[in-house]
Design a protein around this ligand. Structure first.
Ligand code: PLP
Length: 444
């Protein structure tokens, strides 16, 4: 092969060249088949090569692919905003389209700060978040992220935003169990607000299920209710980062629905374009938009390709496909089956520590010892080994961080396209078992 000038994640590694994708499978140019149990990076929610989406792209391209948002709007963008308003909770009605999850969370942060400014309050500029968390790679989004690995190089450039503990029940910092724990990790928010002063805090941001930074850390039942009440009681906006969890990943349009909580602002991405086009969104409630509409009348953010008609047409087609095929309704049933099968791995492999998640966003945390939950040493490189053995076997899983500090732990995410069949789930489990069998031999 000719010398490559493409900057890939690891410059000393060889990457297979993908030829095409169909359903849950990807095929490389050498003919090797991969079962995509990660949907890329929790993105290809409806699988690869869906004809309806390709046709929608084609139809839009025949009309117009680009108009600049400061000059025009488009039918595709208007329709998509209307549909998202209808499909999201309560008064989450206003869509600001961007191109990546990082832009969506960064816009959410800016919107929250602007909301308070428009109400005449200039001091509320801090965004609270959790350690561990991941909200994106741009500097604003990274400032809100409790992801040590991705922050380290740029630490001096990041805002020093305060953080609280996540709802990490497997490694509860208080050594308690829900619901008897009284949700102390959520109560942490009140402690932090009292310490910092509500007059300085614009918003609190959280992923409903913590993805890349924690390996699908899932909150106990009333966690988000406690969080939302603390936010409301202290005049702090609640931003749900649903970049990974939104668009049906957990079986509902937003994962927040599962816990009966309505955020003030939501960030969407990944599944929105399902990998067919780069598109993401910041969705704001009527409450957030009210002072902006009455005040400056403009959200101070935007990108050249914001509300791109081509991407909006794709996202609209993805939503229609999800609806027409009732895909979200089937997630729960598939997820229960898959999660039960993953649970069985604990009995087969002494290093499978925890299985967790919601809907088809599941995580496995690996430990040296199930009883003590002792993590493997960093030099053992367990996550990397699993990902690479699995890939060799034709199974794609998503590497995640784990551990209370977001460093000392190993986890993977299993998040196949929502369209996966029961037979394909069986194949996924078979390949995963083969992967773990090989890992067992390597670490013994
Ligand atoms: N927020 C969450 C919860 C994510 O998982 C990610 C990406 O993994 C992002 C934000 C950033 O999205 P993007 O990579 O599209 O910028």
């Amino acid at each position: 092969m000719e010398k490559s000038f493409l900057i890939k994640p690891m410059l000393d590694e060889e990457y297979p060249v993908i030829d095409y994708g169909k359903g849950v499978y990807l095929y490389d140019v050498k003919g090797k088949k991969y079962l995509d149990a990660a949907s890329g990076a929790v993105t290809a929610n409806i699988g690869h090569g869906v004809q309806e989406i390709i046709e929608a792209m084609h139809e839009q391209a025949k009309k117009v692919s680009f108009v600049y948002r400061s000059q025009f709007t488009s039918e595709a963008a208007e329709k998509l905003a209307g549909k998202i308003a209808k499909m999201t909770l309560g008064e989450l009605n206003w869509c600001f389209f961007v191109n990546s999850g990082s832009e969506a969370t960064e816009t959410a942060m800016k919107m929250a700060i602007q909301y308070w400014q428009e109400k005449g309050i200039q001091t509320k500029t801090k965004i609270l978040s959790r350690w561990v968390s991941y909200h994106g790679i741009t500097l604003g989004a990274l400032s809100m992220s409790g992801h040590p690995g991705r922050r380290a190089r740029f630490a001096p450039l990041l805002e020093d935003f305060p953080v609280i503990h996540p709802p990490y029940c497997y490694r509860c910092p208080y050594k308690l169990e829900a619901p008897g724990c009284n949700y102390l990790c959520a109560q942490d928010l009140k402690v932090a607000v009292n310490r910092i002063g509500a007059e300085k805090i614009a918003a609190f941001i959280a992923e409903p299920v913590i993805g890349a930074a924690g390996g699908a850390i899932t909150p106990p039942k009333d966690y988000f209710k406690v969080i939302k009440k603390i936010c409301d009681d202290h005049d702090i906006l609640f931003i749900a980062d649903e970049v990974m969890t939104g668009f049906g990943r957990t079986g509902t349009m937003l994962a927040c629905e599962q816990w009966d909580v309505i955020p003030d602002i939501v960030a969407l991405g990944k599944g929105m374009g399902a990998g067919y086009a780069p598109i993401a969104a910041t969705v704001a409630s009527e409450k957030v938009m009210e002072p902006i509409l009455a005040g400056s009348k403009s959200v101070m953010s935007g990108h050249t390709l914001s509300a791109n008609p081509q991407s909006c047409a794709v996202s609209l087609a993805v939503l229609e496909y999800l609806e027409k095929n009732k895909i979200m309704n089937e997630v729960e049933c598939k997820a229960v089956y898959l999660q039960n099968e993953l649970e069985k791995l604990k009995g087969m492999f002494p290093f499978v520590g925890d299985v967790r998640g919601r809907g088809l966003l599941l995580g496995i945390e690996f430990v040296k010892d199930q009883e003590s939950k002792t993590p493997f040493s960093r030099t053992a490189m367990i996550t990397q080994k699993i990902v690479s053995i699995a890939k060799e076997k034709g199974l794609l899983v998503y590497p995640a961080c784990a551990g209370i500090d977001g460093v000392n732990g190993d986890a993977i995410i299993i998040s196949p396209p929502l369209t996966i069949t029961k037979l394909e789930i069986k194949e996924l489990i078979f390949l995963l078992k083969e992967t773990l069998d090989l890992l067992k031999v390597q670490i013994e």
